[in-house]
Design a protein around this ligand. Sequence first.
Ligand SMILES: [Zn+2]
Length: 331
Amino acid sequence: MTASLAAALVAAKEPLKLISRTLPAPSAGEVTLKLEACALGLSDWDVAMLDGLPRLPVVLGAEAVGRVTACGPGVALAVGQRVALTPLASTCGACALCERGLEQYCAKIQVHGFGRDGALTTAGNFLAQHLLPIDDGLDAAALCAVLTSAWSALGGMQAAAIGNGQTIAVFGVGGVGAQVIQVARMRGARVIAVEPEADRRALALQLGAERALAPADAPSLKHSVHAALVCTPSTQAIVQAQRALLPAGNLVLLGGGPATRFDLPLFDVVARGISIRGSFLGSRSELLEVLEWVRAGKLQAPFVRAPLADAPERLYGLRDLGFLGRLIFDL
Ligand SMILES: [Zn+2]
């Protein structure tokens, strides 16, 4: 039995509450983790604003670092192992998508902070299947800051086949956009960022973007980029991104709430051979690549830290864009 304090949604569209839990011993396939740090992002906000949730209460937070303190039957991890936790809690491991390395699209996916309890807690029981062993050298908060963002960035890059000599536009320089810029630069692409906030445009330049434009200036990009990656739920950004593409260009969508819809001009998409793709999270092999970049110091993610007690208030502050990068809680 382990005592824990968690930030949980207890009712749909209500503020987060701090709840005390007593954890049972981990079941088959599960481990108990003592968490070190966990990120909170706009996807958590989207979950908090849903009308119907698969279960309540549910602990939010899906990018975290912790250490195994107990193992249930059938778990290969050892007590004391440090691990990274991502939104992927479990997948079937046997369907065609899982076998093709597209496990994040498995029909049987379970997601932390939605259908299963997330990691915004001092301790919790988690399925071991997708936990990734990590060494002790990496700072927990810095690691949390890159987990989902860089991971989805990589998936988006692969979808768009970003490479040498291409010019890409990145719309939105939040946690995900900041990673997209760095990964695209590593792949030899030239990057133009589009972002409403001046401090985030400055960050984009610092991370290797050639230019950083306010959305009002995005029309100047018309028909000039090979790919546009939209890392914001803004539908204006999606329309601007489509217009920015060269013929046969790739429009990749990495963000967006469940209620968001967008309109695109059908003829322009058809006549210019535009491809539109969504990209969600990534696979474990992509995550391993991301962790290698973090170890090598090639990937950075700005973040701010907060104590767990501030989680209810900070969730509502996420929409205000009052900080750069990711919001990480020390646990
Ligand atoms: Zn599957």
